[in-house]
Design a protein around this ligand. Structure first.
Ligand SMILES: [Zn+2]
Ligand SMILES: [Zn+2]
Length: 267
């Protein structure tokens, strides 16, 4: 923790609260942000991905000084670009003077080289490597952030990509599927989850692309995995969201929502 300001109360002991900061695909919704979720438990705050627009959404809810860790699913721009303005805030803003402890940056193997290259490309030397204590994770990994356990599971997509599983102290499980097509790997990672955040990027019927899912595929995957609740995400406001929800619900046979920025889930 940085300044020690209390994170907003969670609803029940041992549960985590998940807040959607950004649910857009690789381009933002009107007024929206790309992928990012805030997960809190007690005074612990974790960000899962930090796509463009997420810093402003975070700041509307929580001081960035109070973020303990940021977990990155894969190296695509829509999942990490706001690390740049956050690194600027930590490096050049008041936080650079007030003793703020920067958040742990927990990212896939190869991150050190990737973030150094990204910093060089924007002409700011070692901005990212210097701003965050970096921890590279192996494809299948498990780490603790406060009382929250974070596990990673490799899934097919473009480049190394990982579903992120968050396990609350009382045992509740949220699985964020990252990006990727319908796969046994994701179904295994999501098996029995309380909440599955599944991407539904493609319009139905899906056009045969194999790096993302449609709403129908997300629904089918949720059914195969036996999850309790499905939340469609990484989905553009330019699609008919109610139609996507209905298609997914038809395949899943259970409760389906489309992620909305600001929506909260207690698990
Ligand atoms: Zn994406
Ligand atoms: Zn991606």
């Amino acid at each position: 923790m940085g300044s020690g300001v209390a994170v907003g109360a969670t609803c029940c002991s041992g549960r985590v609260k998940l807040t959607v900061l950004g649910k857009s695909p690789s381009w933002q919704d009107a007024g929206g942000a790309c992928t990012s979720y805030l997960v809190t438990e007690g005074s612990t705050a974790v960000l899962v991905d930090f796509g463009s627009g997420a810093l402003g959404k975070l700041r509307a809810r929580l001081d960035y000084r109070d973020v303990d860790a940021i977990v990155i699913s894969h190296f695509h721009a829509d999942h990490l670009l706001d690390l740049i303005p956050l690194a600027c805030a930590l490096t050049y803003g008041p936080a650079s003077q007030d003793g703020t402890t920067p958040p742990r940056l927990i990212a896939p193997r190869g991150s050190r080289e990737f973030f150094a290259g990204l910093s060089a490309a924007i002409g700011d030397g070692d901005l990212l490597p210097n701003a965050f204590p970096l921890e590279e994770y192996e494809p299948s990994s498990r780490t603790e952030i406060g009382d929250i356990v974070v596990a990673t599971h490799p899934v097919p997509h473009i480049g190394p990509t990982h579903a992120i599983e968050l396990i609350a102290p009382a045992g509740g499980r949220v699985v964020f599927g990252a990006d990727g097509p319908f796969s046994d790997e994701l179904a295994d990672a999501a098996r029995g989850a309380d909440v599955l955040l599944a991407e539904a990027t493609l319009p139905d019927p899906e056009p045969g692309q194999c790096v993302h899912m449609s709403a129908a595929e997300a629904g089918r995957l949720a059914r195969n995995a036996g999850v309790k609740r499905l939340v469609l995400t990484h989905i553009s406001d330019e699609l008919d969201l109610e139609r996507s929800r209905e298609i997914a619900a038809g395949e899943f046979g259970g409760e389906v929502e489309v992620a909305a920025e600001g929506a909260e889930y207690a698990v």
